[in-house]
Design a protein around this ligand. Structure first.
Ligand SMILES: Nc1ncnc2c1ncn2[C@@H]1O[C@H](COP(=O)(O)OP(=O)(O)OP(=O)(O)O)[C@@H](O)[C@H]1O
Ligand SMILES: [Mg+2]
Length: 237
């Protein structure tokens, strides 16, 4: 079986500036893979490239063996990759329910959508109490839950999560990580970008370390957690 996601020698950037300098990365079916690195390393740009929002200059991105790097974002969603972006990007004037429905825009299976909606409310009961509230008036933690739930509404094979813990209180972070684990137990593969590197590596099966647009280390998450260089640079010594 080919990897679920296979990125090979990917280069991408903005204008004159190249920010991804030939990165290669894989996610196997059923895996949680953590991508860690300092601010500006290119983590968000990597996820944006996968979901078709940033056009690669060269290299390839394959989903289950199929080349996707030239596809439009909405096609990539249909193929099974959904993205919970950095900064949540909730539609502020739409209600919670409408935000969730937007996550299912590529689908027409009404019964399945309703099932996934129920499932989202089960995972995040607070959202069920807030279905008619405008997304922009939710708390930061509630918005993050909504962003993850909205991505789930596309029924992804691969879920891209960009900094789901950013700016949240420790208890909410635990709750989000718990849901990530549950979704993975249900069979969804996850590529997790996190500043909370220790938590991410504890949850993940494997990890990649990114520095200024290049992957500098990768391996089983336990090995990265135990690595002195990773500890010094990303885990607070
Ligand atoms: N739209 C853009 N236009 C120009 N440069 C950009 C744009 N988006 C990102 N960059 C630059 O690309 C580089 C990588 O940014 P990226 O957001 O991918 O990093 P990151 O690893 O996600 O960082 P952080 O941890 O701060 O979220 C940075 O130098 C950034 O300034
Ligand atoms: Mg980022």
């Amino acid at each position: 079986m080919p990897p679920l996601l296979e990125i090979s020698d990917l280069r991408a950037g903005y204008g004159q500036i190249e920010v991804l300098k030939g990165i290669s990365l894989e996610v196997q079916p059923g895996e949680i893979v953590a991508l860690i690195g300092a601010n500006g390393a290119g983590k968000t740009s990597t996820l944006m490239s996968i979901s078709g929002c940033l056009r690669p200059r060269s290299g390839s991105i394959r989903l289950a063996g199929q080349e996707i790097h030239a596809r439009a974002p909405h096609e990539i969603v249909r193929l099974g990759i959904c993205h919970s972006p950095e900064g949540r990007k909730i539609f502020p004037r739409l209600t919670v329910l409408e935000n969730l429905q937007m996550g299912a825009f590529a689908r027409s299976d009404k019964a399945g959508i309703q099932q996934d909606l129920d499932h989202a409310f089960e995972m995040f009961p607070i959202l069920k109490q807030r279905t008619t509230q405008a997304g922009g008036t939710l708390s930061g933690g509630e918005q993050q839950m909504l962003a993850v739930a909205r991505a789930m509404m596309g029924r992804p094979k691969l879920l891209l999560l960009d900094e789901p813990s950013l700016g949240l209180a420790p208890l909410i972070v635990l709750k989000i990580f718990e849901v990530v684990k549950k979704l993975n137990d249900e069979g969804i593969s996850i590529l997790l970008v996190e500043q909370a590197a220790r938590m991410a590596l504890k949850l993940a099966h494997r990890g990649y370390v990114m520095e200024t647009g290049e992957i500098t280390m990768h391996g089983p998450a336990a090995n990265l957690l135990a690595d002195a260089r990773v500890q010094a640079a990303y885990l607070g010594g």
